[in-house]
Ligand binder design. Structure first.
Ligand SMILES: C[S@@+](CC[C@H](N)C(=O)[O-])C[C@H]1O[C@@H](n2cnc3c(N)ncnc32)[C@H](O)[C@@H]1O
Length: 348
């Protein structure tokens, strides 16, 4: 490692990187757009204060990689002087293929043990492997059980789960191709839905009164991630571009553009809010887009203190009352999620 290092980020990634390396002695400053003062005994600067001629090497300890790299380039840092530190869990999505830096610029932190995680901060490394396993198992179920239809995700943000879904569809499409042919399955497609602007403003009491909205955690514009183009680029690393469909915009506006004959065998609902989840489910049930045996993964079922009055749980409850849904609840999904298999329902 060269001298005169700056670390971008003062959160848990930076802390873990400093624990796992001996970089601190070479660090001249930290960079953070929301914080000034000191961190680990070194000054914290704003991005615009970062001077290219004082700092030889920049280590990014943040997952807002695209924005930070764009800023670094505009400040005159060339890519060979930038390194990126990420949790081990993100190695799965091959960010290194997506962002135009070479693989050598990436450093993946070692996995944390449960004990280490609990004594530092709650790390995504504990939750993400579970998300990955559940997505793989659920997609395997759809293929092995010959559930008809495509794969949908509502809530794409960082592209983490979208890219895992793309990768897994590709894996089973090729490994189970004769099984697919025997069951007369059409090529499986991936449909990704997002505003690409983060959450909408909440309007319904079931959101406004929920702890996550009231605290501002799920406020308007939060959870904004990749653009539609970036998401397409990322997912097309894993699945043919012609099998990826992106529906950009608010769900209430884009749902009606789902082709009438399209069926879904797998739906990843990761749009958190009651109103968003309700709008999606209402349309999918009303237009009979869900196949017999379709697997639904709700990413945030047990958020909001697991209350049945808010979020995905309330949306599901309200939908079941209208469509006479027969289903099996098949357990928890990762830390706060839930899985359901649909057997039948009445179109309104
Ligand atoms: C928690 S994030 C999704 C996380 C994502 N699965 C990942 O792996 O990073 C929630 C996403 O839902 C989207 N969203 C929520 N409500 C929406 C709505 N009504 N219309 C369109 N997008 C919505 C937000 O833009 C955000 O990207």
């Amino acid at each position: 490692m060269n001298k005169s290092v700056a670390i971008w980020g003062t959160g848990s990634l930076a802390q873990r990187y400093l624990q796992a390396s001996d970089a601190l002695s070479e660090v001249v400053c930290f960079v953070d757009s929301n914080k000034e003062g000191e961190f680990q005994g070194k000054p914290v600067m704003l991005p615009q204060q970062l001077t290219n001629n004082v700092v030889e090497r920049l280590i990014i300890c943040s997952t807002y990689i695209n924005e930070i790299i764009a800023t670094c380039r505009s400040l005159g840092f060339d890519d060979s002087r930038i390194s990126i530190v990420l949790p081990r869990s993100l190695q799965e999505v091959a960010f290194s293929d997506f962002i135009s830096l070479s693989k050598e610029n990436y450093y993946y932190l070692p996995w944390l043990s449960l004990e280490e995680t609990l004594s530092t901060s709650l790390s995504s490394d504990i939750v993400f492997p579970d998300v990955y396993k559940e997505i793989v198992k659920s997609i395997a179920y759809v293929f092995i059980s010959s559930v008809e239809g495509d794969f949908a995700e509502f809530g794409t943000c960082s592209g983490y789960s979208s890219s895992l879904i793309a990768k897994t569809i590709n894996y089973y499409s090729s490994h189970l191709s004769s099984h697919e042919t025997m069951h007369l399955m059409k090529p499986r497609e991936l449909c990704l839905f997002d505003s690409f602007q983060g959450f909408p403003a909440s309007t319904k009491d079931a959101d406004l009164q929920s702890p996550h909205v009231a605290s501002g955690a799920w406020g308007e514009g939060t959870a904004k991630g990749l653009s539609a183009n970036e998401l397409k680029q990322l997912c097309s690393q894993f699945l043919d571009e012609q099998n990826i469909n992106i529906y950009e915009g608010w769900y209430k506006d884009t749902l009606s553009s789902i082709e009438p004959e399209r069926k879904f065998g797998f739906v990843h609902l990761d749009c958190d809010l009651y109103e968003s989840t309700y709008d999606v489910l209402y349309h999918l049930f009303e237009q009979a887009h869900l196949s017999e045996g379709a697997k639904l993964l709700f990413d945030n079922w047990y958020c909001n203190r697991a209350s049945k009055s808010f979020g995905e749980q309330k949306a599901w409850h309200d939908i079941c009352e209208q469509f006479n849904v027969e289903c099996t609840h098949v357990g928890m999904y990762a830390a706060v999620g839930h899985k359901i298999i649909i057997h039948s329902y009445n179109k309104k």
